[in-house]
Design a protein. Structure first.
Length: 267
């Protein structure tokens, strides 16, 4: 780790926030990396991000190349939201099941996926890999595979009957679906992909885009060979998240009530 000693204020933030305590105080009282860092560092970037004076540069590590302060976006204070704004944003998110006949620009979807990479993941592994349909025709093709899988296994007859009537109860006519898959051998692939999908869903909400978890498709993607082949899911990978995406047909002007949080305090 390169430390600009002319800038460093020796505040100790990098020592305190390193997840694996790989930064220690050197003999000159400036921070330095332990020898274990080469094998243990997960390249989370905490040390570079937390330094208030841009004194640290992280050399090449297992996950990312050299990270410098100039490569990090600065947190803009004027973009910070109040607790009230954050609360309303989170509570106003709805699972959308009726969509406009309008495609989401590819660059907008790419923005959502970029935000999703900032979701927490075990050891900063960022295991989620995404498959996104580019148009309604491909999206409906995936629905067809899912319904066929249901018919073969004799489950959800109501969904199958509606499909025959031209009613899509799998993806509800969404123009796009985003599917997250990851290696089953990872530390916590299900949790990591779920968190990434949650970030994507909230980023979509901020842009006026609706989303809803596609549970039927996820289940079929685990057992339907035709669907897995169409998605080109690698061997040894599980499908851990799937989100319908599209512009909502209706607006929700109110926030419904929820049960109070069930809490037991431990003293």
């Amino acid at each position: 780790m390169f430390v600009d000693k002319e800038k460093c204020k020796q505040c100790g933030g990098c020592y305190s926030e390193c997840p694996y305590q790989l930064i220690v105080e050197g003999k000159d009282e400036f921070p330095k990396l332990r020898l274990a860092a080469k094998k243990t560092c997960i390249a989370c970037g905490h040390c570079v991000a937390i330094c208030p004076v841009q004194a640290l540069t992280l050399p090449e590590m297992p996950v990312t190349p050299e990270l410098t302060p100039e490569q990090c976006d600065k947190v803009a204070r004027d973009l910070r939201v109040s607790p009230e704004q954050a609360d309303q944003f989170l509570m106003s998110r709805r699972s959308i099941r009726t969509y406009k006949d309008k495609l989401i620009p590819r660059e907008t979807i790419e923005e959502l996926l970029s935000v999703a990479t900032f979701a927490p993941s075990a050891k900063n592994g960022q295991p989620a890999q995404w498959i996104v349909t580019s148009n309604p025709e491909v999206t409906q093709e995936l629905v067809g595979h899912t319904v066929h899988y249901m018919a073969i296994n004799n489950v959800f007859p109501g969904v199958i009957k509606n499909w025959k009537k031209g009613i899509d109860m799998i993806l509800h006519g969404a123009p796009h679906v985003a599917i997250a898959h990851a290696s089953e051998d990872g530390f916590h692939p299900a949790e990591d992909c779920s968190l990434a999908a949650a970030y994507l869903e909230l980023a979509a909400h901020a842009r006026g885009i609706g989303a809803c978890w596609a549970g039927f498709l996820m289940e079929a993607a685990e057992g339907c060979r035709d669907l897995r082949d169409r998605l080109q899911i690698p061997e040894g990978h599980g499908v851990y998240a799937a989100l319908m995406l599209g512009y909502p047909k209706y607006r929700y002007p109110r926030i419904p009530r929820r049960w109070d949080a069930k809490v037991r305090w431990l003293d």
